[in-house]
Design a protein around this ligand. Structure first.
Ligand code: PMP
Length: 429
């Protein structure tokens, strides 16, 4: 596979950007080698600057649930752009998207749009603290909630890939208000709240973890978190930046029947343009400025092109579209497990809807510790063989792969053929 142009660009990029990238996981640190510079995408495929064609399972890390360059999304974004790219004043497209969100997720009684998942989670934490008058928050080891200071503690994703447990630059005085526990251990949460529940403003959780690779919540876990919050007057923030509108039209809350206090969104809600949102109980959201005293703002918040992208993409996600996505995703996950077994490579394929991870582990993977125990050398060998075979998976063991409605049976067949070769390569490590 030719990679000369990517290599040349990466050399230039290293001179311009820290590590050559504008977001850490893109640098391929977890698997080694040169990241591919992507020239364009169409449907389920991306094409790099050297002309290589890949089936794309990164999809910009999740947003592109209808694939790259869907004609309807493009048309609506172009229409919005013709009317003006930003006003810094209210505009009708915000209402259109917000009404659609509330229709699919009635627990989002009021919301606020912003421009990224990080902004959404940062604001949600501030709102929870402002509303409860408490400072501590509880998050879980391996859950990533964006790059905001209070949440960069045991944070998974790029932090995990690079092996940075915390980040320099986060004041210790701030980090001490972020309590952490293992994911999927309800008894530990109940114990912590029994000791200091009165000081905890909120629990923030990825309902299905994507940022340690996919970790599935145990039956009753999310319900247990909600009950604990209720008992101690804390708020439950479900971070649906990755899962929102992806694992079902109602996100993970819809899938598991949870009615949280606050939810955060990003990714799919903006279909590849910069969007985030937070919302939930009206009495809590009415404490946000200018209705209330808790400050949050953004020059580009509710940006018309981003609103148009999100709206047109979500409108395409009909029940039939989710069913198709589920079928393709199940076929891929089952095929990957079969291919691994055929090459005698022990793996765990964790999947919920169109999010999945192939963990190189003999044992079930359900929290950060069991994910960390995976064979990352095998993952790297598998990853590079897949890439050579024209399949673009996330370049880290600790990330989720995503499918879109543009992925076809032919894409899955191609992927499984490449995966068989890739598992044979992994078996040698
Ligand atoms: N929360 C979760 C669950 C995420 O997966 C991410 C991004 N991967 C974020 C928050 C942060 O979103 P953004 O990168 O848009 O700031």
């Amino acid at each position: 596979m030719k990679t000369e142009l990517s290599e040349k660009l990466f050399a230039k990029a290293k001179d311009l950007f820290p590590g050559g990238v504008n977001s850490p996981v893109r640098a391929f640190k977890g698997v080694g080698g040169t990241p591919r510079f992507i020239a364009r995408g169409k449907g389920s495929h991306i094409f790099d600057v050297d002309g290589n064609d890949y089936v794309d399972y990164v999809l910009s890390w999740g947003p592109l649930i209808v694939g790259h360059c869907h004609h309807e999304v493009m048309r609506e974004v172009q229409d919005a752009m013709k009317d003006g790219s930003s006003f810094g004043a209210p505009s009708p497209r915000e209402i259109q998207l917000a009404e659609l969100v509330r229709e699919r997720m009635p627990w989002v009684e009021k919301m606020r749009f912003c421009s990224s998942g990080t902004e959404a989670t940062t604001a949600a934490i501030r709102v929870a603290r402002g509303f409860t008058g408490r400072d501590d928050i509880l998050k879980f080891d391996g859950c990533y909630h964006g790059a905001g200071d209070p949440l960069l503690v045991k944070a998974g994703s790029g932090v995990e890939t690079l092996g940075l447990p915390d980040s320099p630059g986060v004041p210790a005085d701030l980090a001490r208000h972020t309590l952490t526990l293992p994911f999927n251990d309800l008894a530990a949460v109940e114990k912590l709240f029994a000791e200091r529940g009165g000081k905890i403003a909120a629990i923030i959780v990825e309902p299905i973890v994507g940022n340690m690779g996919v970790l599935v919540p145990r039956a009753g876990y999310l319900e247990g978190l909600l009950a604990t919050c209720r008992k101690h007057g804390a708020l439950l923030i479900i971070d649906e930046v990755m899962t929102g509108f992806r694992v079902s039209s109602g996100g993970a809350c819809g899938l598991y029947g949870i009615r949280p206090d606050l939810v955060t969104f990003g990714k799919v809600i903006g279909a590849g343009l910069p969007v985030g949102a937070f919302g939930g109980r009206a009495d809590v959201m009415d404490r946000v400025a200018p209705a209330g005293p808790i400050y949050q703002a953004g020059t580009l918040s509710g940006n018309p092109m981003a609103m148009a992208a999100g709206f047109s993409s979500l409108r395409l996600m009909t029940p039939a579209a989710y069913e198709k996505l589920e079928r393709t995703s199940a076929a891929l996950a089952e095929g990957l497990a079969r291919a691994a077994a055929a090459e005698k490579v022990p793996v765990q394929v964790n999947r919920v809807g169109s999010m999945l991870t192939v963990f190189f582990s003999e044992k079930p993977v359900f929290d950060a510790a069991s994910a960390r125990a995976c064979n990352t050398k095998r993952f790297a060998a598998w990853y590079h063989a897949l890439l050579e075979g024209g399949v673009y998976f996330p370049p880290s063991q600790f990330e989720a792969a995503f499918l879109s409605t543009a992925h076809t049976d032919t894409d899955v067949e191609h992927t499984l053929a490449a995966a068989r070769t890739a598992f044979a390569a992994a078996a040698k490590v």
